[in-house]
Design a protein around this ligand. Structure first.
Ligand code: GRG
Length: 295
């Protein structure tokens, strides 16, 4: 997926161009700092990889890919604020509220969220019907909002210092982290009218499983990795008394669980092979990379 990193970064650069009428220069600088400064670009890569599986052209996926990364970047900026996790390092650089100031970081996050939907609503290259466009907007809004990521974040904060069951923990993470990753798969699926109901359900299962695997692995590397490798403060979960998979089931069991989730995800993919127009190699590679990642 190396080629896609440049494509994604070019699209983000284009989508966050300074010097436009009406812009506030400091706000644009903070938005660009938050998005263009690094990150694995996992979510946009997942969008394009799903497009490869469903034979949806890359050019139609540039806006969904950039939009989801803007939502993700906004969530990181807000998550790092003093009122939330109060972190000073993200993606190997000072967090936005440290590099700028908290009020600017809040506004940069707000503006990134709005920019994401502006892209989906206005991008010509999407080349889709009005119904498909509104479905993309709905999918991203649902994933990001009051029943998705923000809801999960709220539950996550409420759970600090509490012992959760595995079921409760998964309910939090399905929304906090899983919902946005799921939208990365469901948005390209919404641009593929020939996709059968069964194949859609299998893809959805794939997305849900890798979303959970991503979070389990995130908890593992928060224990095992270093601040330098992570590009953010190592051990932050323990410092915030967060319920995590290693705390709940032990480190080795958490690693094995993440691997099992990825195997289940790949089994869901295998179900649709031969029933779709593209190939699922890139999706499988992303799934496997999720449990091998060190940052
Ligand atoms: C503030 C509304 C709001 C939501 C915050 C995403 C999130 C919800 C919080 C981030 C805290 C966190 C560490 C969550 C665990 C999973 C996660 C989203 C990790 C960061 O994603 P990566 O690893 O980051 O894809 P990069 O920087 O590579 O894009």
């Amino acid at each position: 997926m190396t080629d896609y990193t440049k494509r994604i970064n070019d699209m983000l650069e284009l989508s966050l161009q300074p010097g436009q009428p009406g812009q506030n220069q400091r706000l644009v600088e903070a938005m660009r700092y938050s998005v263009l400064g690094g990150g694995k670009r996992l979510r946009p890569k997942l969008v394009y990889a799903t497009g490869q599986a469903l034979d949806v052209a890359d050019s139609r996926l540039d806006a969904p890919a950039a939009a989801v990364e803007c939502i993700h970047a906004y969530s990181l900026v807000h998550d790092d604020l003093p009122a939330m996790d109060d972190d000073d390092l993200r993606r190997g650089q000072a967090t936005t509220h440290v590099a700028f100031d908290p009020a600017t970081a809040i506004l940069a996050g707000d503006a990134l969220q709005a920019r994401a939907f502006e892209m989906l609503a206005g991008n010509e290259a999407l080349d889709c019907s009005a119904g498909e466009r509104s479905e993309l907007i709905r999918l991203l809004a649902e994933a990001a909002g009051w029943r998705g990521m923000v809801s999960g974040q709220m539950s996550d904060m409420a759970a600090e210092g509490q012992a959760l069951t595995q079921e409760q923990l998964e309910h939090v993470h399905a929304r906090k982290t899983g919902a946005l990753l799921r939208a990365c798969v469901l948005m390209p699926a919404a641009l593929c009218p020939t996709l059968s109901r069964d194949s859609h359900a299998a893809l959805d299962r794939f997305a849900t499983h890798i979303g959970l695997a991503f979070q389990v692995r995130d908890d593992v590397i928060d224990v095992e990795s270093s601040t330098e490798t992570l590009g953010k403060t190592q051990g932050a979960d323990a410092a915030h008394h967060k319920a995590t998979y290693p705390a709940l089931m032990g480190l080795d069991a958490a690693k094995a669980y993440a691997e099992r989730l990825v195997e289940d995800a790949c089994a869901a993919l295998a179900e649709i092979e031969g029933r779709i127009d593209g190939d699922t190699d890139a999706l499988e590679a992303i799934a496997r990379a999720i449990v091998e990642r060190e940052s």
